[in-house]
Design a protein around this ligand. Structure first.
Ligand code: FAD
Length: 293
C-alpha cells in the first residue's frame, strides 16, 4: 500500500530519474507521475497535501541535477499532449508548459512572428524556461510574455498578467507551484528572416558548448552582467579539472561533463571545488543556476 494506490497506472514508485534529466545521473523518485490532464494533476497535488508529501515539477530536465540518493517526493513530469498545445492568433502565441522550446520557436517562426528565436539552442520546455527566465546575451523568454496561467498553492487556476510578472537574470517571480501555460506577444516579420537569425544563433551556440557527453546547462549564474562565471572558472585554471567522473568542460568552463560511470556526488564535489577556488582567487561567491534535487 502506498499513498497513490488509488491512481492505478498513473503513479510509479522508485522510478529512476536519470533517463529524464540531461545529466543522465541521480537516484530515484519515491513517486513519479505524468498526468494526462489538469484534473489528474490537481488530484495528485491534493493527495500530496493531504499526505504531507513533497512534490517537484519536471519539464525537460535540462536544468536539474538529481542527488544519488534520489528524492522522497512525487515528481510530476509534464509532458502529455494536454500540456503541450501551441496556438497562434494574430501576434500572440499561446503555449502549454510542456511545449519544448524548439517547437515554440519553430511554430512562431513559421507563423512569421519574431522574437523567440533568441532562445534557439536552449533546451527544455516553456514551464522550465519561464521559471528561470531562460535566455542569453540576445534576450530572454520573459521579455515576450504577455500573461501566464498557473496553479496557485490552493490548486486554483490563476492568470497572471504582464504587470504581475517580473523577470531578472535567470530568475522570475513565477514561483507558483505549477506554470500551466503562457502567452507570448511577438513582432510580425518574414519567416525566412526569422529562420536565418535562428541559424546564426544556432551556429554560435554550438561553437560554445560541449558535445558528445552528458551535461546540463550552465552550472552557475553570472555574478553580474559584466562578470561571467565561465570566465572566472577559466581564469582560475579549472578547465579540464576532474573529480571522479565529473569534469569541467574544456570548451566552456561553466559546463560540467559527466563521463560514463559518474555519480551526482562527483558533480557536487566538483561544484564545491570550483566555488572554493573562485572565492579564494577572485572573491566571488558563485550562485548555482542549476537546481539540485
Ligand atoms: C545544453 C544546454 C544548454 C543550455 N543553455 C541555456 C542558455 O543558453 N540559457 C539558459 O537560460 N538556460 C540554458 N540551459 C538551461 C535550461 O535549458 C533552461 O533552464 C531550461 O529552459 C529549463 O527547462 P526544462 O523544461 O528543462 O526545466 P527542468 O530542468 O525540467 O526544470 C527546471 C526548474 O523549473 C521547474 N519547472 C519546470 N517546469 C515547470 C512548470 N511547468 N511549472 C513550475 N516549475 C517548473 C522545475 O521544478 C525546476 O525547478 C541549457 C541547458 C542545457 C542542457
Amino acid at each position: 500500500m502506498h499513498a497513490f494506490d488509488d491512481f492505478p497506472g498513473l503513479v510509479t514508485t522508485e522510478e529512476s530519474l536519470a533517463p529524464w534529466v540531461w545529466f543522465r545521473l541521480g537516484g530515484p523518485a519515491a513517486y513519479f507521475a505524468s498526468p494526462r490532464r489538469l484534473d489528474e494533476l490537481v488530484a495528485l497535488l491534493k493527495r500530496c497535501r493531504e499526505q504531507g508529501i513533497a512534490f517537484k515539477i519536471l519539464g525537460g530536465g535540462s536544468n536539474v541535477l538529481v542527488r544519488d540518493e534520489g528524492l522522497d517526493a512525487l515528481v510530476v513530469h509534464l509532458e502529455s499532449p494536454f500540456f503541450a498545445d501551441v496556438q497562434v492568433r494574430d501576434q500572440i502565441v499561446e503555449a502549454g508548459a510542456a511545449v519544448p522550446l524548439t517547437a515554440l520557436i519553430s511554430h512562431s517562426a513559421r507563423a512569421g512572428l519574431a522574437g523567440l528565436e533568441v532562445l534557439t539552442g536552449i533546451p527544455g520546455t516553456v514551464g522550465g524556461a519561464l521559471r528561470g527566465n531562460a535566455g542569453g546575451r540576445q534576450g530572454a523568454i520573459g521579455q515576450f510574455v504577455r500573461r501566464a496561467t498557473v496553479l496557485d498553492p490552493a490548486h486554483e487556476i490563476q492568470v497572471r498578467d504582464r504587470d504581475d510578472l517580473s523577470f531578472a537574470d535567470r530568475a522570475s517571480n513565477l514561483d507558483d507551484p505549477v506554470i500551466l501555460s503562457a502567452e507570448f506577444e511577438l513582432e510580425p516579420e518574414e519567416p525566412e528572416a526569422v529562420v536565418r537569425r535562428m541559424r546564426r544563433i544556432w551556429i554560435i551556440k554550438k561553437e560554445n558548448q560541449p558535445y558528445g557527453h552528458q551535461f546540463s546547462g550552465c552550472i552557475f549564474k553570472n555574478p553580474s552582467t559584466d562578470v561571467s562565471a565561465g570566465a572566472l572558472i577559466d581564469q582560475a585554471g579549472l578547465k579540464g579539472t576532474r573529480f571522479g567522473g565529473a569534469e569541467v568542460s574544456d570548451r566552456h568552463a561553466n559546463f560540467i561533463i559527466a563521463h560514463p560511470g559518474a555519480k551526482a556526488a562527483d558533480v557536487l564535489q566538483l561544484i564545491d571545488r570550483i566555488r572554493q577556488r573562485v572565492w579564494q582567487q577572485f572573491g566571488y561567491e558563485l550562485e548555482l543556476q542549476i537546481q539540485v534535487w
